[in-house]
Design a protein. Structure first.
Length: 675
């Protein structure tokens, strides 16, 4: 059994290992195909000294699927993926000293593990090189890595990453690409045309066999594209520890099987392909370039380690790795996780090296903490961080961003399960997302307090006021979700609006007095319509939601223009001059109801004691309390606990108080203890 020599904490020691080529032997000398037994030297070094070493960034793989290597002459089990990396490095005759977490940290020693995890920023940022091992290769991945090897130097030399710092490709580059593409069509491309380095690189990339094509010769399943998808969808890219290892690396090499390229070249090639804004701008130059992304849709999206490394290195970028930017995702993930961690606590601990220092210093690494406590810690950090982010920031995380948790669940009701967010994305967008709601006005939230004692981590104290009590809740509609990676959609929008009509006892005569109903049901589309303006538009929305038949010839100019701006340019074939047909208006009306229903996903309507009408999560029940929490844009629904305090039941839209109107009643301030 392998025994570690203790590290000297006062000397800031770490362990390093190196392949011992003299002791690499075959398990079976008579079998040439038998795997080699990897043997490693080990030594202690001080981070106070100038030490030359590299680090290994990789995924552990199945912890139960192990292979035995030798460390200091003693058998040592490692996962097969790590063994494969070491075996490949041996074949490449790598002789540098390496820091490898699974070997260099005594994982059975909790204090040492805590200390080493806290030092990861220094370990990776001081390393001269980071080896990124993505696993074994195949013919398709070899093609993708060979593409990077051939065109990567040109991509780096012409600073293709700077494209992300501008809104468009330089005109001279466009002109060169058009000239080169026209020449290819005229004479088969035999003429040697020189031009801007960026243009020459882009042309060579766009013309790469297996990328470009046409309708008859699509390349969506080409071996090259299969290799790109294979590489970029590997588990490594959503491993939480990999984010900081990629971001902190001064220099890095990417290994896939026997192929090795620099990380800068790797990212330059694939980030260029991901530049949709650039591709759309250039695709008109050559029809076959329209198909470059065929089969690659979503492949490049939200690879967070590469994304942050790229943006944080742009000269003009003020971007820092805010915790919310990394962890909070409102949209669904592209059939793969945004981030993941074998130990859920690493969702926080694995980011301490890259988040702002003022956040990191608030975190004490302790793997003895319950997961619920660490998740509550993450949520508090995000809530505090949101005060420094712009309101329109798509990653800003507020209390109304939280989906209400289970009353008897393993987490406090105000704490998201960050494993689920990482895997599938946000379950719901908050009502206030990209809207100008300020239900709590501009009243700031006092510095939050937290009770002392065991279990206090689950109590969130927030100041605000009571608004009203829920008296009645509408039976929610039925949603369907094709898979966990897709947003849920309303199954029958027409039945949904009929339920609304019954719930509010809607009369047969239509009029402005019912606009509050449809304003609530259409908050995504009509929350900016004013009672004394947009009269024709509000009348049209009433007809849509009442499922009334509409004579297209009776539409006003304002209504036709409204429909054209919302639908005509992309979905239907008419102009404001001709107007839509009756059938087209009918289709628009049905689509309008479906979109309104799906935009209120996982929510239903409620009434209150004072006659207010609102929209909240389906978890809302009669007796729940509508509140305003200072600093939160939308009302928050709470439920009284039998033993004191409240459960969090999510955000809400309550018509008539979304812009601070309720504050005119001078409500009493109160502190809510949310469990």
């Amino acid at each position: 059994m392998f025994t570690y020599d203790p590290l000297q904490e006062k000397n800031r020691e770490i362990r390093l290992v190196r392949l011992d080529s003299s002791t690499v032997t075959a398990d079976n000398p008579d079998d040439a195909s038998a795997p080699e037994t990897i043997s490693l030297e080990m030594r202690h070094v001080s981070m106070n000294d100038e030490v030359e070493y590299a680090t290994l960034s990789y995924t552990w793989g199945d912890p139960k699927d192990t292979e035995e290597i030798v460390v200091r002459g003693t058998p040592f089990p490692v996962t097969r993926n790590l063994a494969a990396a070491l075996r490949q490095f041996h074949q490449q005759k790598l002789q540098s000293w390496l820091w490898i977490d699974a070997i260099c940290i005594d994982m059975s020693n909790a204090p040492e593990r805590h200390l080493q995890v806290s030092s990861m920023k220094e370990i990776y940022s001081q390393a001269s090189l980071v080896h990124i091992w993505l696993g074994q290769g195949c013919m398709e991945t070899d093609l993708a890595m060979d593409l990077v090897s051939r065109l990567g130097p040109a991509a780096v030399a012409c600073d293709v990453a700077s494209l992300f710092d501008h809104d468009a490709v330089p005109p001279e580059v466009k002109a060169y690409l058009k000239k080169r593409a026209d020449s290819r069509d005229l004479d088969g491309g035999t003429e040697d045309i020189s031009g801007p380095a960026l243009g020459m690189f882009l042309y060579d990339l766009f013309e790469e066999e297996g990328l470009s094509g046409d309708r008859e010769h699509k390349t969506s399943k080409s071996p090259l594209k299969s290799g790109i998808v294979n590489i970029l969808t590997r588990d490594y890219w959503h491993r939480i520890w990999a984010f900081q290892e990629v971001i902190l690396a001064r220099e890095a090499l990417v290994h896939v099987g026997t192929r090795t390229v620099s990380l800068d070249m790797f990212d330059a090639i694939f980030s260029t392909l991901w530049s949709y804004w650039m591709m759309y701008d250039l695709s008109w130059l050559q029809p076959r370039w329209n198909y470059i992304m065929a089969g690659l849709e979503g492949t490049f999206w939200k690879i967070k380690g590469l994304e942050f490394r790229r943006w944080m290195r742009l000269p003009s970028s003020p971007m820092k790795a805010k915790l919310a930017h990394i962890l909070w995702e409102r949209c669904g993930s592209p059939n793969r996780p945004f981030y993941s961690a074998t130990d859920p606590r690493d969702i926080l601990y694995g980011l301490l090296g890259i988040i702002p220092a003022e956040q990191a210093k608030r975190v004490l690494v302790d793997y003895q903490k319950p997961v619920a406590e660490v998740f509550a810690e993450i949520t508090r950090l995000l809530l505090d961080e949101s005060s420094s982010l712009k309101e329109w920031d798509p990653h800003a995380f507020y209390l109304d961003s939280c989906k209400p948790g289970e009353i008897d669940g393993p987490l406090p009701t105000w704490v998201p399960d960050w494993r689920e967010v990482g895997k599938y994305g946000g379950p719901n967008r908050e009502i206030s997302y990209f809207k100008d709601f300020k239900a709590a006005g501009n009243i700031p939230q006092p510095v939050s307090t937290q009770s002392d004692g065991i279990g206090s981590f689950g109590i969130l104290r927030k100041a605000g006021c009571r608004v009203d009590v829920v008296t009645e809740v509408m039976e929610p509609p039925e949603w369907y979700q094709p898979n966990r990676y897709s947003a849920s959609e309303i199954r029958d929008a027409d039945t949904w609006v009929q339920k609304i009509a019954r719930f509010v006892d809607l009369g047969p005569e239509s009029g402005p007095g019912e606009d509050y109903i449809w304003r609530t049901a259409n908050i995504k589309s009509t929350h900016r319509l004013k009672p004394d303006e947009d009269i024709d538009i509000r009348e049209l929305v009433r007809k849509f939601m009442r499922q009334e038949s509409i004579n297209a010839g009776s539409l006003t100019k304002e209504q036709v223009q409204f429909l054209y701006e919302r639908f005509g340019q992309s979905s239907f074939y008419w102009t404001p001059a001709t107007g839509p047909s009756d059938d087209e208006v009918g289709r628009i009306a049905h689509y309008w109801r479906s979109r309104a229903g799906s935009s209120t996903r996982n929510r239903t309507f409620f009434k209150t004691t004072k006659g207010m009408f609102g929209l909240g999560y389906v978890e809302v029940e009669a007796g729940d309390i509508v509140t305003l929490i200072w600093g939160v844009r939308s009302p928050i629904v709470l439920r009284q606990r039998a033993d004191g305090g409240f459960y969090f039941r999510g955000d809400a839209y309550v018509d008539g108080i979304m812009h601070g109107e309720f504050l005119a009643t001078c409500p009493a301030h109160e502190e809510f203890s949310i469990h």
